[in-house]
Design a protein around this ligand. Structure first.
Ligand SMILES: Cc1cc2nc3c(=O)[nH]c(=O)nc-3n(C[C@H](O)[C@H](O)[C@H](O)COP(=O)(O)O)c2cc1C
Length: 305
């Protein structure tokens, strides 16, 4: 009998724990010619705000050792266009759709988004992006403060019955404190982690490589830190964690699951190999078979330490 990869995140039942991370897979239609999208555990969309956003000026990506910087700044078509233009394709896939949402200026927008989406059947869960480091002039993120995290998640919890996933920032002193705040406010799961605030300089011209100077660091460079944050959060909360940060293959996905992630998300690696998520799904089956493990659930948090 084939081993089971199925896991549960809130009310969501996933056939496997492999997702694609917000902002690195567009709205999935961009990848349809390269990937069998129906195989994915879930699709997390690029973050959507109430109104359309142009994002930051270019250049807004650059390579770094074992990773990349981005300062996209939440470019997106806005809620209305998303529902009209992107949802119809996503609906055809019959794969759970996790919609990432954010409010940039006014936290009340979060509530409005959550209320409007509560009755949209094609959306299976909401991921609250409380952690985008690329908003110019924003000095503090919601997820850098326990009270603000608690307050925001509580208000959104009241506005929707959908599964709520709170995405946290690694740019904090104690990830467990923020994780606990999101959990006690009613979040069904956590997504760990968003990118690290970072920068890079062109020394010939003595200019920043990103127009807005700083951006978010992602890719394998951040993996050991991301892994430690997932492990730390796992030991302090009871709700499931979606682990991410530098996953590029089956082994790195397994690291997160063994550290305590119920599911994993693949981001930057999609730009190198668009098929990577499906390859990791096959790789997880292979690992379970080789180790004679019946279900992936036996592996979650199974670190022997
Ligand atoms: C180009 C780019 C755009 C991103 N956009 C978003 C976004 O819109 N919303 C969000 O929550 N995270 C966004 N992220 C963060 C990723 O979802 C992920 O949390 C992070 O990159 C760590 O995973 P990785 O190392 O596998 O890329 C973005 C990352 C990249 C590289």
């Amino acid at each position: 009998m084939k081993a089971s990869l199925s896991v549960k995140i809130g009310k969501l039942k996933l056939k496997n724990p492999v997702m694609v991370a917000s902002g690195t897979f567009g709205y999935a239609d961009e990848f349809k010619d390269f990937v069998n999208l129906k195989k994915l555990g879930a699709i997390v969309t690029k973050t959507i705000t109430l109104k359309p956003r142009k994002g930051n000026l270019p250049p807004r990506t650059c390579e770094t050792p074992l990773g990349m910087l981005n300062s996209i700044g939440l470019e997106n078509p806005g809620l209305e266009a998303f529902l009209k233009d992107k949802i119809p394709f996503l609906r055809t896939l019959k794969v759970p759709v996790i919609m990432s949402i954010a409010s940039v200026e006014d936290p009340a927008e979060f509530i409005e988004l959550a209320k409007k989406l509560n009755t949209i059947e094609a959306i299976d869960a909401l991921e609250l992006n409380l952690s985008c480091p690329n908003i110019v002039n924003k000095r503090k993120l919601i997820s850098q403060d326990c009270e603000a995290t608690y307050k925001t998640v509580s208000l959104i919890r009241k506005a929707t019955k959908k599964t709520l996933i709170t995405k946290l920032s690694p740019n904090v002193t104690c990830i467990s404190d923020i994780a606990k705040a999101a959990e006690s406010a009613g979040s069904d799961a956590l997504a760990l982690i968003n990118t690290f605030s970072a920068m890079s300089i062109d020394v010939e011209r003595r200019i920043p490589k990103l127009k807005v100077i700083t951006g978010g660091l992602s890719g394998p460079a951040i993996r050991p830190v991301a892994l430690k944050m997932v492990w730390e959060a796992y030991n302090n909360i009871k709700i499931p964690i979606i682990g991410m940060g530098g996953i590029i293959d089956t082994v790195s996905a397994l690291e997160f699951i063994i550290a305590g992630a119920t599911a994993i998300s693949i981001g930057t690696a999609n730009f190198i190999n668009p098929k990577i998520s499906v390859e990791v799904i096959d790789g997880l089956y292979g690992y379970l078979k080789r180790k004679h493990i019946a279900s992936i659930q036996e592996l979650i948090g199974s670190l022997k330490a």
